[in-house]
Design a protein. Structure first.
Length: 255
């Protein structure tokens, strides 16, 4: 089944991919069991998002597997393509486990706050607010690319955005209500899923003309890029307009 189902060029690729999939499953089961040994639940605000997330991940894997089996949009077999997908898959699992370890006893697959819950800023949480989800997205994309399905990767990204977009909004609302100002400030200085996507906005006289669009209004920033700037941003004082050619000359060295 492995040889006909998956486009691997050697038994080593088949073995490596099978081992990665098994590790993914075991990590998820272990994390689920570990969460049941944590402190007593204080606030439960999941609203069914955990089941939606499981369904999205399972559907993404199933669709990528089906597309590969049916050879719909499948790339030609290539060790380089397979290696890229496998590395992304392993990197995603490593990041997710790092996040779980950083949260310690407060990790839970559900949106719930436990007794003694406090703001965590160690490990990957120094830069992004939901590194476990970033790792899961990487793993999902890595799975699709390992079976040489870029179309499957696109479907996985869309399913992730739909399912985890709602989950993140529910989770952040619960954390804001429980942790208050501390979490609001944390949102301002971190990204949701991807760090360093755009440079930090500044308040210089010509920043308004050259800063990224996502810093100006958040209109072009997907849910996973935003740092909460639109929601919590303070109003900027009005500044005088400058000639565009002068602005370019001042900043030409920085490009």
């Amino acid at each position: 089944m492995g040889a006909s189902f998956l486009p691997f060029s050697s038994p080593y690729e088949t073995g490596a991919f099978s081992a990665a999939c098994l590790a993914w499953l075991l990590f998820e089961v272990r994390d689920e069991l570990r969460s049941k040994r944590g402190p007593k639940v204080k606030i439960e605000a999941d609203r069914g998002t955990v089941m939606t997330n499981y369904a999205a991940v399972g559907l993404a894997v199933a669709i990528s597997s089906f597309l590969s089996l049916a050879r719909i949009g499948r790339l030609a077999s290539s060790p380089a393509s397979f290696s890229l997908g496998l590395c992304l898959m392993i990197g995603g699992m490593a990041l997710r486990e790092w996040a779980v370890i950083s949260l310690g006893p407060y990790f839970s697959p559900k949106v719930e706050l436990r007794v003694g819950h406090s703001l965590v800023e160690r490990g990957p949480y120094r830069l992004i607010r939901h590194p476990a989800y970033t790792g899961l997205l990487m793993t999902m994309l890595g799975y699709s690319l390992s079976v040489l399905e870029p179309l499957g990767a696109l479907v996985s990204a869309v399913l992730f955005a739909i399912a985890f977009g709602g989950r993140i909004r529910v989770e952040e609302k619960a954390l804001e209500q429980e942790l208050g100002r501390a979490y609001v400030e944390y949102e301002k200085r971190t990204k949701r899923l991807i760090p360093y996507l755009v440079r930090r906005c500044n308040s210089s006289s010509h920043a308004e003309a050259i800063e990224p669009l996502s810093c100006r209004s958040g209109r072009l920033s997907p849910f996973f890029f935003k740092a909460g700037e639109k929601k919590h941003r303070a109003k900027r004082p009005k500044t005088a307009h400058h000639d565009r050619s002068t602005i370019f000359q001042r900043n030409a060295v920085g490009f």
